[in-house]
Design a protein around this ligand. Structure first.
Ligand code: AMP
Ligand code: ZN
Length: 461
C-alpha cells in the first residue's frame, strides 16, 4: 500500500507522490514562544511527529522542519508583563517547549529555524513582492496586495468578499483593499526591530514561514501543515506570498491539518483559558501516556480531552509494557523485527491510529494466548516494532513501571531491592510467613512483586 494523506487543498484523500522520492520535505508551523505549550498544541505537534516517523520509515531521506516563531507581538506583551527581556522569554519558553516535546517522545525536527535568524530573507522576499506588484509600502508598513493574485483563497475556499465580510481583517487607512495583509510593520524604539528599506520594523507572522520554508525546503516542497485554525489566514497568506515571490503554481503539494483538541466540546485555547499545559500533566502521568492519549483519535477528528482518557492511556501502556516485560523475562532482549504489514498499512492510510492501536491490542492478546516460546517471542517482536514506529514502547519496561507521579511518596529503589533480597533470603530459609509479610508490606507502599523465571521484578501500582 502507498501512503495516502487527506489534502486540505483538494479536500480529498490522495496518494502521496513526493516532488523528489530521494528527499521528502515537510514543514509544520511551530510554536510562538511566549508561554507554556498546552496539550492542544501538543496534539498537533504529535500528529506531525507521527507523520515524520512514517515518512522516515518509507523514504530514504526526509527533512522535517518545524520553526520557532520568536518575533510576535504576543511575545512583546508577555515580556512587558513579566518585566523580562524578549530574549529571556523566548529562550526560557523554547527550552521548556523542547523539554515538553521530548517528554512526549517527539523526534527533534531535522531543522528548527528561528524567525529572528531569517529577517534578511524576509526583507528580500518582501522586496521581490513589491517589485512584481504583489505588495506595496505605505506609512512604514508593507502590505500584500490581495487583488493582485487571482486565485487567492484557494486553500480556505473563501472568496475575497466573504473574507472581508466575515473576517477579523483589520481596516486601516494605509490599506488599499481591506483584505490586504501585513508583511512588515514599523517598530517603536522600545519594540524589537530591524533596519529595512521601509524603515526600522519587524515582519508579520505569515512572511516568517514563507521565508523559512524557502530557505530550508525550497520554493516547492511536499507537505505543509499545522492545526486546523491555521488554514485561514496563516496558510492562505503563506501560499500567496510564496507563490507570488517564486512564481510557482503551488507552495506545498499536500496541506495537512490536525483537528482540535477540545474540552467539553470547546477548542482548547489560551484565550478561552481552558487549558492544561503539557508540563502540568507530566507531573501526573508519564509522557508516553500523554502521547498515546493524543494519538488515540484520528488526527483529523476532534479529540475531547479528559483525565479519564489519560488514565485509560496509562492503563493501556501498563498492559503493553507488561507484554515486553514478560517477553524479556523469558529470553532477554526482544529481537528487532519488521513492522507488521497491516500496522504499516493502517498508518499509511492517512495515519489511521485507531486502527493501528486495535492491531496492537490484538498482538498483545495473541502474546498472552500463545504458549509456544518461539512463537511468543515472534509476536512480542512484531508488537514492539509496530509500537516503535508510533514512538511508543521505546523505553525499558522496568523504567516504565518505576515511574511515580510528582510528589508521590514512593519507596526508593534501593529500599525495594533490599526488601526483595530479604524476602528471597526468608524463602531460602523456608520462612514463608516472613516472605509473605515483606510482600504485603511492599504492597501497602504501592509496590507489587512479580515472580518469574528470571527472578522477582516489581512495579509501582
Ligand atoms: P500557536 O503556538 O498558538 O501558534 O499554536 C501552535 C500549533 O498548535 C498550531 O499548529 C495550532 O494550530 C495548534 N493548536 C492550537 N490550539 C489547538 C487545539 N486546541 N487543538 C489542536 N491544535 C491546536
Ligand atoms: Zn507558519
Amino acid at each position: 500500500m502507498a501512503l495516502q494523506l487527506y489534502n486540505t487543498l483538494t479536500r480529498a484523500k490522495e496518494v502521496f507522490v513526493p516532488v523528489d522520492a530521494a528527499h521528502v520535505r515537510i514543514y509544520c508551523c511551530g510554536p510562538t514562544v511566549y508561554s507554556y505549550a498546552h496539550i492542544g498544541n501538543g496534539r498537533t505537534f504529535t500528529a506531525f511527529d507521527l507523520l515524520a516517523r512514517v515518512m522516515k520509515h518509507l523514504y530514504p531521506k526526509v527533512t522535517y522542519a518545524r520553526n520557532i516563531t520568536d518575533v510576535d507581538d504576543k511575545i512583546m506583551d508577555r515580556a512587558k508583563a513579566l518585566g523580562q527581556s524578549i530574549e529571556t522569554v523566548t529562550e526560557t519558553t523554547t527550552a521548556q517547549f523542547h523539554a515538553d516535546m521530548d517528554a512526549l517522545n517527539l523526534l527533534r525536527p531535522d531543522v528548527e529555524p528561528r524567525a529572528t535568524g531569517h529577517i534578511d530573507a524576509m526583507i528580500a522576499m518582501i522586496g521581490r513582492l513589491i517589485a512584481s506588484g504583489h505588495a506595496y509600502a505605505a506609512e512604514g508598513h508593507v502590505l500584500f496586495n490581495v487583488p493582485s493574485m487571482p486565485d487567492y483563497g484557494r486553500l480556505s475556499r473563501r472568496s475575497v468578499d466573504e473574507m472581508i465580510a466575515g473576517a477579523r481583517v483589520e481596516v486601516a487607512p494605509y490599506k488599499q483593499s481591506p483584505a490586504d495583509f501585513i508583511l512588515w510593520k514599523p517598530s517603536a524604539d522600545d519594540q524589537p526591530g530591524w533596519d529595512s528599506p521601509w524603515g526600522r520594523g519587524r515582519p508579520g507572522w505569515h512572511i516568517e514561514c514563507s521565508a523559512m520554508t524557502a530557505a530550508h525546503l525550497g520554493p516547492v516542497f511536499d507537505v505543509h501543515g499545522g492545526g486546523l485554525d491555521l488554514i485561514f489566514p496563516h496558510h492562505e497568506n503563506e501560499i500567496a506570498q510564496s507563490r507570488c515571490a517564486h512564481g510557482t503554481q503551488v507552495m506545498a503539494n499536500y496541506w495537512v491539518h490536525a483537528g482540535f483538541l477540545t474540552m467539553s466540546g470547546d477548542k482548547m485555547s489560551k484565550s478561552l483559558g481552558n487549558i492544561f499545559t503539557v508540563a502540568e500533566l507530566l507531573d501526573e502521568v508519564p509522557g508516553e501516556a500523554l502521547r498515546l492519549a493524543l494519538l488515540a483519535a484520528h488526527y483529523r477528528q476532534p479529540l475531547d480531552f479528559s483525565k479519564d482518557g489519560l488514565r485509560q492511556a496509562k492503563a493501556t501502556l501498563d498492559r503493553w509494557y507488561g507484554v515486553l516485560r514478560a517477553a524479556q523475562g523469558e529470553t532477554g532482549e526482544v529481537p528487532a523485527a519488521k513492522v507488521p504489514d497491516e500496522v504499516l498499512a493502517a498508518l499509511e492510510d492517512d495515519l489511521n491510529t485507531p486502527l493501528a492501536f486495535s492491531l496492537l491490542h490484538e498482538l498483545a492478546n495473541r502474546f498472552h494466548k500463545e504458549t509456544e516460546a518461539a512463537a511468543r517471542q515472534a509476536v512480542a517482536a512484531d508488537f514492539k516494532a509496530a509500537a516503535g514506529l508510533m514512538g511508543l514502547l521505546t523505553q525499558d519496561p522496568e523504567a516504565w513501571f518505576r515511574w511515580v507521579p510528582k510528589g508521590a511518596q514512593g519507596l526508593d529503589e534501593a529500599a525495594i531491592a533490599a526488601a526483595i533480597q530479604a524476602r528471597k533470603d526468608a524463602r531460602a530459609a523456608k520462612n514463608f510467613a516472613e516472605a509473605d509479610r515483606i510482600r504485603k508490606e511492599l504492597l501497602e507502599q504501592g509496590v507489587v512483586l512479580e515472580d518469574g523465571p528470571q527472578g522477582t521484578t516489581w512495579k509501582r501500582t
